[in-house]
Ligand binder design. Structure first.
Ligand code: COA
Ligand code: MG
Length: 349
């Protein structure tokens, strides 16, 4: 380990992050009653410019009236270059912020973008006397954001997670692809021909580089890396394939842009039962090994050592959070009549 310490963000379950446009408040309760770990109430690109003020009001009312149980609640605000960003923060935090856990900043290009939001959030929190600091999530979705990702990831102690947004990233890069977060049949390599001259086509993952870059930057700063949208929500198999590959790269979860994707993400980002059983055995065997003065021990014909125990402990911790969340999952209550702050339940996540 380097002598430079990494301080991880507080643990948070984020296998699935369901996006809900704030111009459709009827969806808030449906999302609250579903199995998503995180609900992202969206004021940004799923809301048309003329609907922004009304959507902000819907959001505030929803935050005050709806029992979201133990779920993590995030709001995606509008970008720093828009006329809506400052009110998204001030109005929402002043009038509905008590139930909010996270603010997602879209289209972040440099560390100063995070600094600016941190400053504004800090001022509102001080004025409101908020005890538990709101945390920030950053959306990496531009060439500038990716190039400045290390500085961005270290820009604020409030940071919780980095997310990768494929659609805006593709637009920013001038990429010739429109399948949001999915593969492209032209992004391939050909093998050499066999004796008969037949060549195989191998599809490549065109999101591999930015995703891996994001995972490394996130982990370097103790943040959670989260995979963004998969646009074709009718393609469950495609969604699962993309989720599996981002889970293998180190992501802790994926966006759901339709409720049908939530269970799929939960399934893929829940460690499989055999992996959990093996992790528990590794923890046990390493404890025994350490007791006998051994740093590395054999398990099922393979080597386990200090790195294995770290991975195994991570899986065991993740399973504990998943079991607690599943236990806490109750049917959502009816909307309350009065938006009185006092009657709100604040459950820390
Ligand atoms: N959250 C909660 N419930 C949702 C939902 C969401 N995001 N999207 C749809 N539903 C509900 C519908 O109300 C419907 O419920 P019902 O069976 O009780 O009638 C059910 O899920 C099936 O919905 P469906 O008819 O298939 O979808 P739709 O046509 O109403 O909406 C989208 C499709 C894609 C427009 C919608 O899912 C959506 O807005 N997703 C989020 C988009 C977004 O925020 N994008 C920004 C990030 S990329
Ligand atoms: Mg975007």
């Amino acid at each position: 380990m380097s002598f430079t310490a990494v301080y991880p963000a507080p643990p948070r379950l984020c296998r699935s992050q369901l996006f809900v446009p704030c111009n459709r408040p009827a969806l808030f309760e449906k999302a609250a009653g579903g199995p998503a770990d995180v609900i992202s109430l969206d004021l940004e690109d799923s809301v048309a410019p003329d609907d922004k003020p009304e959507s902000r009001k819907n959001l505030i009312q929803g935050l005050n009236d709806i029992d979201f149980g133990g779920k993590t609640i995030s709001v995606r605000i509008n970008g720093l270059d828009t006329p809506w960003c400052y009110r998204d923060i001030i109005d929402v935090l002043e009038q509905g912020g008590a139930r909010l856990d996270l603010i997602m900043i879209p289209k972040v290009g440099c560390a100063a973008d995070v600094y600016a939001i941190d400053m504004l959030v800090t001022q509102v929190e001080m004025a409101m006397g908020r005890k538990k600091p709101l945390r920030l999530e950053v959306l990496i979705e531009s060439a500038m954001g990716l190039e400045n990702i290390d500085a961005i990831a270290g820009a604020s102690p409030r940071l919780d997670a980095l997310h990768f947004g494929a659609a805006d990233f593709a637009a920013s890069m001038g990429m010739r692809t429109t399948n949001i977060g999915g593969p492209n049949p032209d992004y391939v390599i050909l093998t050499d021909g066999d004796e008969a001259g037949v060549r195989d086509t191998h599809w490549q993952d065109l999101w591999h580089y930015p995703m891996m870059r994001m995972v490394a930057a996130a982990r370097m700063h103790g943040l959670r890396p989260i995979d963004g949208p998969f646009g074709n929500y009718a393609d469950a198999q495609g969604f699962k394939a993309q989720s599996r590959r981002s889970a293998i790269m180190g992501c802790e979860g994926k966006w759901a842009i339709h409720p049908s994707q939530v269970a799929l993400a939960n399934e893929i980002f829940t460690p499989p039962a055999d992996e959990v059983a093996k992790a528990q055995r590794i923890v046990r065997e390493m404890k025994k090994g350490h007791g006998a003065g051994m740093g590395a021990v054999a398990l099922d014909g393979g080597l386990i050592d200090a790195a294995s125990i770290k991975q195994a402990e991570g899986i065991v911790r993740q399973m504990r959070m998943i079991r607690a969340a599943e236990k806490a999952q109750k049917p959502v209550k009816k909307a309350k009549k009065t938006p009185a702050r006092k009657s709100r339940k604040r459950k820390a996540t």
